[in-house]
Write a protein that binds this ligand. Structure first.
Ligand code: NAD
Length: 256
């Protein structure tokens, strides 16, 4: 059980982050939810999660595109046994047309945020004598697709950071790994469907099956519960010697 452990999940008012938070809470961890907004509904997500799993939960606003706010998230939480770097955005365009501000935002949110949160969290993990850093990378951390230069760069970057942090903590009871999901049907993926449907003159269902799941041999989306379950496994004693590596949850994508 993860009772008594505090998990901070960045970008967790939606999608995979929220799913991971639920699975860690189901395993007994207290959780800190985060995003850049500060709405009543964000705080309500934490209240509902606490009630559902009988754990402590709070929502802390912090913008993961800003290094100082990443560090402040960890400081404000005050404890961090499990850090899940999950916040991420996507933008799709050929590299010669890729908007510079989108490039900067993707590199900041999907990659550099993990540098700042990890730097702030490691001293707390060392004090506690135990820690788990789990980076939500992607199949795009291991392979590429056209028109996703910033995303693919950031995700390959975070896989590299994962290995480095693992080496720096190898003699401690701290591990650092990356989960590499294939396609999971979350708002991030749903947002890409209407444009793609227009581009290929297809229905949205056809886009899901023929375009999105084209790369995923199982022809099924992975679920947020499966990503959360993988995170819980990485926190278990069975995973004590698993560090500096990637775990794909991608229906066979990276086997192709
Ligand atoms: P999502 O859009 O549902 O979730 C993204 C989360 O990040 C949201 O909670 C959002 O509020 C938060 N966020 C965005 N900008 C932020 C900022 N500046 N500061 C703080 N939080 C911010 O998408 P998702 O699919 O759940 O994505 C979560 C992670 O999983 C991302 O890193 C994504 O790259 C990765 N991923 C997703 C898929 C997929 O198919 N959905 C596949 C592989 C990897």
């Amino acid at each position: 059980s993860l009772k008594g452990k505090t998990a901070i999940i960045t970008g967790s008012n939606s999608g995979i982050g929220l799913g991971v938070a639920h699975e860690l809470a189901r395993a007994g961890a207290d959780v800190v939810l985060n995003s850049f907004t500060d709405r009543a509904e964000d705080h309500k997500l934490a209240e509902d999660l606490a009630a559902e799993h009988s754990v402590k939960a709070r929502y802390i606003q912090a913008d993961m595109s800003k290094g100082d706010e990443c560090r402040k998230l960890i400081e404000t939480a005050g404890a961090c046994d499990i850090l899940v770097n999950n916040a991420g955005i996507q933008h799709v365009a050929p590299i010669d047309e890729f908007p510079v501000e989108k490039w900067d935002a993707i590199i900041a949110i999907n990659m550099s945020s993990a540098f700042h949160t990890t730097a702030a969290a490691l001293p707390l993990m060392r004090k506690a004598g135990w820690g788990r850093v789990i980076n939500i990378a992607s199949a795009h951390g291991l392979t590429a697709s056209p028109f996703k230069s910033a995303y693919v760069t950031a995700k390959h970057g975070i896989v590299g950071m994962t290995k480095t942090v693992a080496l720096e903590t190898a003699r401690e009871q701290i591990t650092c790994n990356a989960i590499c999901p294939g396609y999971v049907l979350t708002p991030l993926v749903e947002a890409q469907i209407p444009d793609t449907a227009k581009k290929y003159d297809m229905s949205e269902d056809e886009v899901k099956q023929k375009v999105i799941l084209e790369r995923q041999p199982s022809k099924e989306f992975a679920t947020v519960e499966q990503i959360g379950g993988t995170a819980v496994f990485l926190c278990s004693s069975a995973a004590e010697q698993i560090t500096g590596t990637t775990i794909s949850v991608d229906g066979g994508w990276t086997a192709l």
